[in-house]
Structures are given as structure tokens and as C-alpha cells.
Design a protein around this ligand. Structure first.
Ligand code: 5RP
Length: 217
């Protein structure tokens, strides 16, 4: 099984703060995400600044697009995204439109799994050529006590069986990762547990250690 990657989600509202976190963390993560909060607060200008400074990293622009797939994808990929997110509630037409622009740029669309979605939809997304999804425990739901459990693992396995590579996110800490051992996770995505840690580099190392322990070989 391929070793999961580590993705840093930059959800600061201030782009200078995000870039400051990134300066320390970039060598210790595989994927950089311009988070939804950063994109809403600072726009594609912040995405361009990240791309200029870090041309080699995979960069995700997490717009959670619900409509206007062409225009949203032109913004994200025009600013340097490799991957862009479309919310699972979006109509197939939106996904298709975003996917077309992604292909023009050599990029990919990731479906953001949030709230209600079905495996039948996942098969439709796959038929459109989508290869990735983000399995997401919402920040607000987590704050209200939503944990990870057997149902999450069942759905993650079913997604993988449907040919969709899942990344996992939502208040993750290194202590959560053993739960997902045995699942072909593309990337673990962490924001606050990395940039908000007292020692962000040590936190990134703790994620890598947990990944190595669970997915070695
Ligand atoms: C919120 C997001 C976040 O970027 C993602 O959940 C990671 O952030 P954190 O690890 O801080 O929960 O997409 O919608």
C-alpha cells in the first residue's frame, strides 16, 4: 500500500501568517493546501504568493466549489493549483465543468465529502474521471463532539473499492492515525495540529512517524 502523504491546510485568515507558518513547515510536508478560510479571506492573491514561493510542492486550492465550476476552476488553476476541491453536493455538471478546466492545466479535482453523499454518487464521480475525494469530519461537528468510528472506516474502504483515493481530514492529530491503518489513504490533511502547534516541525514529524508506523513497506 502506498505511504500516505502529509498535507498542511493553511486556514489562517491572514496570508502573511499563513506564509510564515509555511516557511517553517514546507520542508516537512508533501502537499500545501490554501484552505477555504484563507481563500475566502485573502483570495487567489494568497494562492499565487504560495505558488511563487513553493513551485515544487503539490498545491491544493480548497474552494469547496458548489457551482460555476468553470470559473472557479479557472481561478484556482490560473493561480497555480494542482488540485481543487468541489463539494459533494454540487451537481455533476459543476464537477464536469471543473474537471475540464483541471485537465487543461494538467490538474485534478477532488470531491469534498461533507454532509450527505452516497456511494452511488461516488461511482458517478469515478465515471466522470474523478480519482480523489476528501473524507471530512467538519470542524464544527468535531467541536460538538463528533469522533471517528467504524462507519468512517467502512465508507473509506467502500470509496477505495469504487476506485476513489480518499484523503482524510478534520481536526486530525497524530494519535488519530492508527485508526486508519489498512486503508489506502492518499493524504492525511492537518491544519491547526500543525500550524497551531507549539513546535510545528515536531508536530509534522509526529505525523510522519505515525504514518511510518502504520503504512511501512
Ligand atoms: C475546513 C477544512 C480544513 O482545512 C481541514 O479540516 C483541516 O483543518 P484542521 O486540521 O484544522 O481541522 O477543510 O473545512
Amino acid at each position: 500500500m502506498t505511504r500516505p502523504l502529509l498535507q498542511l491546510a493553511l486556514d489562517q485568515l491572514d496570508p502573511d501568517a499563513a506564509l510564515q507558518s509555511l516557511a517553517g513547515l514546507a520542508p516537512h510536508v508533501d502537499i500545501i493546501e490554501a484552505g477555504t478560510l484563507l481563500c475566502c479571506s485573502a483570495g487567489m492573491g494568497a494562492v499565487r504568493r504560495i505558488r511563487e514561493r513553493y513551485p515544487e510542492h503539490i498545491m491544493v486550492v480548497d474552494l469547496k466549489t458548489a457551482d460555476a465550476g468553470t470559473e472557479m476552476a479557472r481561478m484556482a488553476f490560473g493561480a497555480g493549483a494542482d488540485w481543487m476541491t468541489v463539494i459533494c453536493a454540487a451537481p455533476l455538471a459543476t464537477l464536469e465543468a471543473a474537471q475540464r478546466v483541471a485537465h487543461e492545466h494538467g490538474g485534478e479535482i477532488q470531491v469534498e465529502l461533507f454532509g450527505h453523499w452516497t456511494l452511488e454518487q461516488a461511482r458517478e464521480w469515478r465515471a466522470l474521471g474523478v480519482r480523489q475525494a476528501i473524507y471530512h469530519r467538519g470542524r464544527d461537528a468535531a467541536a460538538k463532539g463528533l469522533g471517528w468510528g467504524a462507519q468512517d472506516l467502512k465508507l473509506l474502504r467502500a470509496l477505495a473499492d469504487a476506485g476513489i483515493e480518499p484523503s482524510v481530514t478534520g481536526g486530525l492529530t497524530p494519535a488519530d492515525l492508527p485508526l486508519f491503518v489498512g486503508i489506502p489513504v492518499r493524504a492525511f490533511i492537518a491544519g491547526r495540529a500543525l500550524y497551531g502547534a507549539p513546535d510545528p516541525v515536531a508536530a509534522a514529524q509526529a505525523f510522519h512517524d505515525a504514518i511510518d508506523r502504520g503504512w511501512e513497506g
